[in-house]
Design a binder for this molecule. Sequence first.
Ligand SMILES: Nc1nc2c(ncn2[C@@H]2O[C@H](COP(=O)(O)OP(=O)(O)OP(=O)(O)O)[C@@H](O)[C@H]2O)c(=O)[nH]1
Ligand SMILES: [Mg+2]
Length: 630
Amino acid sequence: MANTLNIGIVAHIDAGKTTLTEHILFESGVIRTKGRVDHASTVTDDLAIERRRGITIKEKTVSFNWGSIKINLLDTPGHADFLCEVVRAFHVLDIAVLVISAKESVQPQTVAIYNLLKKIGLPVVIFINKLDRAGADVERVRKDIAALGIKHAMMRFAGESLSVEHWSNNAGYAEDNLLTLLEFDDDIIAGFESGESGHMVDDIIYKFTAENKIVPVFIGVALQGIGVKDLLDELVRIQRHVRILPQDAPASAIIYKINFNERRERKIYFRMYAGTIRVREKYGVAQKPDDFPEIQIKTLETVSGAKLAAADHVSAGEIGVLTNVDDLRVGDIIGVRCDGIRTVDAVKPIFSADVFPVKRMDKQRLLDALAEMNLEDGQLDFTIDDKSQITIKLFGEIQKEFIRTQLQDKYGIETEFSNTRTIFKETPVGTGRSGPGFLEFTVEPLPRGTGVSYEYNRGVGITGGLTKQMHAAVQESALASLIPSALIVADRGEGVPFRPGAQGWEVVDIRVIFDACNMPGGPRPSAGAFRGEAPWALKQAIQNAGTQVLEPIYYYQIVVHADFCGKTVSEIENHRGNVVSIEDSGAYVKLSGKLPARMYQEFLREFQPLTKNMGSFDTIRVEYEPYSGE
Ligand SMILES: Nc1nc2c(ncn2[C@@H]2O[C@H](COP(=O)(O)OP(=O)(O)OP(=O)(O)O)[C@@H](O)[C@H]2O)c(=O)[nH]1
Ligand SMILES: [Mg+2]
């Protein structure tokens, strides 16, 4: 990838991501005047609701040129309800720029995002922002960065290269940095002894950053543009060490975003990992069925500043955009799958709510709008039950408000939402068998968090004489039936709402074994018959096993004034939570522990007035654990 770098600006809410992006666009000449989040005038917060609330909700991709390279930049949201958008961006990035406010330091959402970055092994550069704010404390941030588990963070100084000569003037950090580098490369000592210039050292830093071994740390003030140029200069130097992508290989690209613009055109954003995609040519889609038609590239665009520009080809490393190609989804791979493509697990919603159109005649339009929103965000899932009630899945209250506002602003549909409910799950507590019957299953519990596994008793193929298609039909139908939906199950009547678990929730952490097939007499059953029977037989096995209900638990961090500590602890305990640690930090205390997600809103109603709105509650992660009861 000769000349492109894809960076994502990620951070906790309000860290200054959009402000940093705006300054970068200004500094690089994309825009002539700088907007401000507080004046609702930035390029990347362009939705009406983003401007009203002063927060980013949807990831935005822009680009600029710096030095000799083109940089595509993804400005992502910081609010936990929109973590999905951040995770989608991970499909695209060469480097993540993690912004941390020098005043608020590392926040729970920083931890959540960093843990995901670590999991996928993406190179990270840190920008400590808001140095101008009263209470900014770089040393504290440095300690918190170390506590994140970043062992090899290196302070980089504004306006100067980190040369050996320079280090002597910045003894404090320089010594730390040197010690860090020595862990990697003995040649550095030789470089020092021979008095060689610091460029060699710099080069090692760039290389190790690209290899995700060290994390350079910059400091600055995004609002005033201080430190931004240094960050960009260094990104250009790091880019030289980012792995070279095969240009001559078959085309390979992953779709990371679908967005309906104001003209209702479907813009499909993809990132190339190998080869080239050209206008007027045809490409397959890697994971679609064999009969999925090739897509014909009619129009092609690249990101150019704050806009899109027509292009006749898009090559490895670049981001491209297709318009109005049906049947493509986020995560689809255009062309062939290649090694460079990262797969990232999506975060899953844990709440749901019913949606009602205020005017009954809007029902179909509401369904169409939700279908469009679901294309943009695959986790925005909705179902219609047999009483035609629409239910959507949610991450939280801010997202709920966003969906309502989007339906109103973009689609002109007024809606009402029910209260938010928690999505529970179930897991078998022992071994269970179905049958005797046409299809027979055994289920067993798996350790928490492992998901679902499927296998078949090798005898099934022989005694039952099952074809490959029949096996595929059984497996697909059995696994799909573990997730509740308004399944239309053949042979058992249409539109039967199918609830898999003994108590109607999604079943997880389960091993499904297809045990036996007892072919009925008469004509050979069709693949459809297998498909129709599998969910019922599996459900019987699950019921016989018995299940335990799981609920989502927030692992939280609360910061409150020490005066409110005692009351906060009792409120947590009143709401079936616990406090596992209390840490003093000046006048404030930091509490951490668990709280059932279903108690969160109720807890907040007590917590906010109790702390005079001065306390913060953040979630570090969510885990499904046994339901603790009413
Ligand atoms: N004093 C000061 N304020 C800043 C700086 N950078 C950003 N801000 C302010 O911090 C607030 C949040 O800035 P944003 O750029 O919207 O932060 P963000 O990280 O994009 O926030 P989300 O997208 O909602 O997660 C705004 O009021 C900015 O003006 C800075 O360097 N110094
Ligand atoms: Mg923002």
